[in-house]
Design a protein around this ligand. Structure first.
Ligand code: AVJ
Ligand code: FE
Length: 405
């Protein structure tokens, strides 16, 4: 053999999907590395109903691969344990009954060692499946499973921080966890707007809620090239921002009163100033760093006070795509004024996987960007994160916009 024939052989000698198999392995390893310094006691607790035990996240991400991929597509696959279906199903009605979310912290069994065996079992069979398949729908589901576990890597860190913040000991997850990077001085960026394309248009992976790509009309606007800082937030507090109902949405004011908000989540006033609980433990608030752990309600009140508004998600995406936003996706998720709703032409996929995002298209606001705790490479300009307006245990911050004068 020589020439093109030999080359072809050399190419096909590399097993099909070896890159994907390696990405899968690195993903699964990263989840375990993130929790390697924790003990079983840390991994079992659930500090509130919006959060889950870290152990549950480690199992649920495996359950997702097993349920969405191995059971339906790997011939002869036998589930690791039939009882795990109900224990680690998060919210898929199509897949039957499950442990209510607020009771996930009661699952002292299965033990952590069992969950580790579960992960090994799923990993072995996923390697087989990945290396054998060339079915586009299966490959797409593998990509979804990877992106799903990346989302849960961030959720594990959020939930762990919430858990640690509830302990009088304020445990340190990682004393070297990188502190937020201060931005430079704020500048308004003028954007002409007009008819712009929004959403994921290319073949690459995206979640279903980023599609289809479509046109949106934008009036001219200004958008800040950086995020609101802790120092600015302290000014808002000094101007009695948390005590002035006229700045707040009615629902937001009700929550702020009921939960007695007077600062961002995890802030604590000591004799010499404000401190903030983070993955590196309790640290002094850094004035120049972006404010974190802000609810939509607080973000909207702040924007009102600052004589500005939150950007529409299309304004954010268009500006990010035009390279106008510094640190767009590495510091904090940024609230937008847009509700998490279906793009024109969106159709929920058939089957359980259709429940992934579509059924959460009411009562939640879109956040754009990405955060320091987000898995590297996880987001893109079209990425739509979403949370309820009162939630603030995420790494959520604020970027301002305003109508062009
Ligand atoms: C998009 C972060 C709100 O936490 O439920 C995890 C991510 N989706 N498993 C969530 C998700 C399915 C989702 N958020
Ligand atoms: Fe999930």
């Amino acid at each position: 053999m020589n020439g093109p024939e030999k080359q072809l052989l050399a190419v096909t000698a590399v097993p099909l999907n070896q890159d994907l198999a390696d990405r899968y392995r690195r993903l699964r390893k990263r989840s375990e590395t993130l929790v390697a310094s924790l003990e079983a006691e840390d991994l079992n607790l659930q500090s509130m109903s919006d959060a889950s035990p870290v152990k549950w996240h480690l199992a649920h991400t495996s359950w997702f691969f097993e349920t969405m991929l191995l059971k339906p597509t790997l011939p002869g696959y036998r589930v690791f344990d039939v009882s795990y279906g109900a224990l680690f199903n998060s919210y898929y009605e199509a897949l039957g009954p499950r442990v209510p979310r607020h009771q996930r912290g009661l699952l002292s069994r299965p033990l952590l060692v069992d969950i580790v065996s579960y992960r090994r079992h799923v990993d072995q069979h996923m390697q087989q499946l990945i290396l054998a398949t060339s079915v586009p729908a299966t490959l797409a589901l593998i990509e979804l499973g990877i992106a799903h576990e990346e989302q849960h890597q961030e959720l594990m860190l959020m939930d762990l921080l919430h858990l640690f913040s509830q302990s009088p000991l304020l445990p340190v997850y990682d004393r070297d966890w990188p502190p937020p990077v201060p931005g430079r001085r704020s500048r308004w960026q003028r954007v002409d707007g007009g008819l712009v394309r929004i959403g994921m248009g290319s073949d690459g992976f995206s979640f279903d809620n980023e599609r289809p790509q479509h046109s949106v009309w934008l009036a001219p606007y200004d958008i800040s090239d950086r995020l609101v800082t802790n120092g600015e937030w302290m000014e808002f507090m000094a101007h009695r921002g948390y005590q002035r109902p006229e700045l707040w949405l009615a629902d937001g004011w009700a929550v702020a009163q009921q939960q007695q908000w007077e600062a961002p989540q995890y802030w604590q006033l000591e004799h010499d100033g404000w401190y903030q609980m983070g993955l590196a433990g309790l640290r002094r608030v850094v004035a120049d760093a972006p404010v974190l752990h802000i609810s939509y309600y607080e973000a909207a009140a702040y924007a009102h006070w600052a004589d500005a508004r939150l950007p529409l998600e299309a304004e954010w995406e268009h500006a990010a795509g035009s390279g106008l936003l510094q640190q767009a996706d590495t510091v904090a998720w940024q609230w937008t004024a847009s509700a998490h709703s279906a793009y024109p032409g969106f159709r929920v996929a058939a089957g359980a996987v259709g429940e992934y995002n579509g059924k959460f298209m009411v009562g939640q606001q879109v956040l754009r960007g990405g955060a320091g705790i987000t898995a590297p490479g996880h987001t893109r300009p079209s990425y739509r994160n979403f949370y309820r307006p009162e939630q603030r245990w995420m790494a959520s911050g604020v970027r301002l916009a305003r109508d062009a004068a």
